[in-house]
Design a protein around this ligand. Structure first.
Ligand SMILES: Nc1ncnc2c1ncn2[C@@H]1O[C@H](COP(=O)(O)OP(=O)(O)O)[C@@H](O)[C@H]1O
Ligand SMILES: N[C@@H](CCC(=O)OP(=O)(O)O)C(=O)O
Length: 380
């Protein structure tokens, strides 16, 4: 949508109702019973609401949690496991069961589903990023509803999304969605956790960045979900700065939310859509190291159109591989930008302070490249 200076709730709801491409995220808490086990009736109801939207011509991507919830019962556990290794094994069992349920549920409407499992690590590698983007695009062209989850069984503890909220915002950005719908176990955002006396429902958030200071949010309270309201606001923020409106409500409101009815909380986009690749670099994962720019390089990077050349870098910190996200800091230690490194951290010390001509002469053609190319760099 075009972002006017005073966008109203009705404008944003209308954009959601008319969205051609929609990413819907459903949390574990909305797919489970109070025991934490998967609730097939809830899953069926959600699939029915999404199928209706898809049959009306929308391109729908579902980001679904629930692998661990679906897996622990069949494995004989009483509750969701707490340790990472058992969670990963449980997700390996549960993910297949979850997909089987979705296949049946969408199949009733003649709709095919396709599974995409993503690790945070995948999302920061340019090749993988393009592959995910291309596959999702092709699935949507084929009329399939892609069902995305974090690849829990392979994700490393250090670098993982954990919750699926931020992943859904990144997917929305990747498929250039017109709307993001976050379905959870509360009907809306409240000014404080709903269990607190005096918490008021918020219907419209014109500026999510400003709103983050005005509401009190906590992590999960259900014992099933992972990120709570904190990561949902973060997802709404990522979507908003990607130019995408977000609706947050409970899963039973999925149908009305997609129709643009006044349910839940709607977040306006805060600026025009940026390049999805750049946004991805900006939000996908935590930087693994730092390149310290000298004053000249810092000025060039701040200008917004320059690559970071080895000639202007004083120091490299941290251990990372080519393609990993890194901070670009100035000499005072302030962050200037995030970017994807062009080289492994071990290769960089010999390159520091050298011009492109010197790099070619002393180290060879393969080193005559920027440490971070401007296409892979986002100012912070
Ligand atoms: N300000 C708030 N407004 C609404 N809900 C909140 C707020 N702060 C915390 N919460 C809690 O966030 C929970 C949803 O997060 P979570 O359990 O992680 O869900 P999901 O599994 O859908 O990701 C709600 O059950 C609610 O209790
Ligand atoms: N990837 C995990 C989801 C983790 C989780 O609970 O996320 P969420 O419900 O979004 O807080 C799973 O499928 O079990």
């Amino acid at each position: 949508m075009t972002v006017a200076s005073k966008v109203t709730e009705a404008d944003v709801r209308q954009t959601v109702a008319g969205a051609r491409t929609i990413v819907v995220k459903v949390g574990s808490s909305s797919l489970t019973r109070s025991s934490g086990h998967l609730d097939a009736a809830k899953l069926d109801a959600l699939a029915a609401a999404l199928a209706q939207t898809a049959l009306m011509g929308a391109r729908v991507v579902l980001v679904s949690s629930g692998a661990i919830a679906a897996g622990f019962g069949p494995l004989g556990f009483d509750a969701r496991p707490g340790d990472v290794a058992t969670q990963q094994a449980t997700a390996a069992v549960g993910q297949g069961l979850l997909m089987a349920r979705y296949e049946t549920a969408f199949g009733r409407f003649g709709i095919r589903v396709g599974q995409i499992l993503i690790t945070a690590e995948d999302t920061i590698r340019p090749q993988q990023y393009r592959n995910v983007q291309r596959t999702l695009g092709r699935l949507l062209d084929l009329g399939v509803v892609p069902i995305v989850n974090e690849n829990d069984s392979l994700a490393s503890n250090e670098i993982r999304f954990g919750d699926n909220d931020r992943l859904s915002a990144l997917v929305a950005n990747l498929v250039r969605a017109d709307a993001l719908v976050l379905l959870t176990d509360v009907d809306a955002l409240y000014t404080a956790p709903p269990s607190q006396p005096g918490a008021r429902r918020v219907g419209f958030v014109p500026d999510v960045v400003a709103a983050m200071d005005d509401v009190t949010v906590t992590g999960p309270t259900s014992g099933v979900g992972t990120g709570g309201m904190v990561t949902k606001l973060e997802a709404a923020r990522v979507a908003a700065v990607s130019g995408i409106p977000t609706v947050l409500t409970c899963a039973s409101n999925a149908g009305p939310a997609l129709m643009g009815d006044p349910v839940g909380t709607v977040f306006a986009p805060v600026k025009q859509r940026g390049s999805s690749r750049r946004l991805w670099i900006g939000f996908a994962a935590d930087p693994r190291g730092t390149l310290v720019a000298d004053a000249g390089a810092a000025k060039a990077v701040r200008g917004g159109r320059a690559s970071l050349l080895a000639a202007g870098v004083l120091e490299v910190r941290g251990a990372f591989s080519a393609g990993d996200p890194v901070w670009i800091d100035d000499e005072a230690g302030d962050h200037l930008a995030r970017g994807l490194a062009g080289f492994d951290s071990e290769e960089i010390p010999q390159m520091l302070g050298r011009t492109t001509v010197q790099l070619r002469r002393f180290l060879g053609d393969e080193y005559a490249h920027p440490l971070v190319h401007r296409d892979n760099l986002v100012l912070v």
